[in-house]
Design a protein around this ligand. Structure first.
Ligand SMILES: C[S@@+](CC[C@H](N)C(=O)[O-])C[C@H]1O[C@@H](n2cnc3c(N)ncnc32)[C@H](O)[C@@H]1O
Length: 233
């Protein structure tokens, strides 16, 4: 199993592992590498220590530090919310409570409840999903639409790209439908891969549209975030 090597030059990364995981019978090499990466990931340890359900929580924390996305009283939609890190980060900042929930999250995976967050267990691709989210907002417009949705990867780059872009386009259409003037849209995309047409649409609807790679997003991954602010109604 996991074994400490005692190495510690201060450099972090795959070449400088503190914990090595031996392959064992029945565990595939991919699973072994995943486990090794988890055990050596400072964000995983931090999330555990600070009570966040996912290391993804730090991506929103870092995006918020940089772009000042979260504010008291905002209404937020969290697309692809499970296991709940982003909603956990946002709820106390916007002041969302069980009595007065301001955040609605959706995921097809089961999620444990989060105080102040309405959670829908549903595929966002379902035709009735957008309306259910709008209903859950209680007739109010949203100030921020977040999408960390990612379809399970196939390993085939072109296919993965098409799948994630289909989700982003759906999320962008939804954001344009539900955002209040001045609102913002944040979505996971593949680096350098945002379709020209989608960028063009976003630039028409938002004052600023940029790509960001927060430090918590693994350097080796093609993941990036699209941050569109200043929704023009
Ligand atoms: C990277 S995780 C999100 C992590 C989350 N932001 C957090 O902080 O815990 C991506 C999520 O998107 C969800 N997802 C992918 N496609 C979806 C879809 N079509 N409808 C709803 N959720 C979807 C997955 O089930 C997964 O839980």
């Amino acid at each position: 199993m996991a074994k400490g090597t005692g190495q510690g030059s201060g450099r972090r990364g795959e070449h400088d592992l503190k914990v090595r995981v031996k392959t064992s019978k029945g565990r595939k090499i991919g699973s072994t590498l995943w486990l090794q990466r988890q055990l050596n990931d400072p964000y995983v340890a931090k999330a555990r220590a600070e009570g966040f359900r996912s290391r993804a929580a730090y991506k929103l924390i870092e995006l918020n530090e940089r772009y000042k996305l979260l504010h008291k009283g905002q209404r937020i939609v969290d697309l692809g919310a499970a296991p709940g890190g982003w909603s956990q980060v946002a709820a106390p900042i916007v002041g969302s409570t069980a009595e007065h929930p301001l955040i609605v999250g959706i995921d097809y995976l089961e999620m444990d409840p989060i105080d102040g967050v309405i959670l829908l267990k549903k595929d966002f691709n379902d035709p009735d999903a957008p309306q259910l989210l709008i209903d859950a907002l209680g007739g109010h417009k949203a100030d921020l639409v977040l999408s960390d949705m990612a379809a399970p990867t196939t390993g085939h780059r072109a296919t993965d790209h098409i799948r994630i872009m289909a989700l982003v386009e759906l999320a962008a259409d939804f954001a344009i439908q539900v955002l209040a003037p001045g609102g913002a849209f944040v979505a996971k995309v593949f680096q350098g891969g945002t379709e020209h047409e989608l960028l063009h649409t976003l630039k028409r609807h938002f004052t600023t549209t940029i790509h960001a790679k927060p430090p918590a997003s693994r350097a080796g991954s093609a993941e990036a975030y699209l941050v569109a602010r200043g929704f023009k109604a």
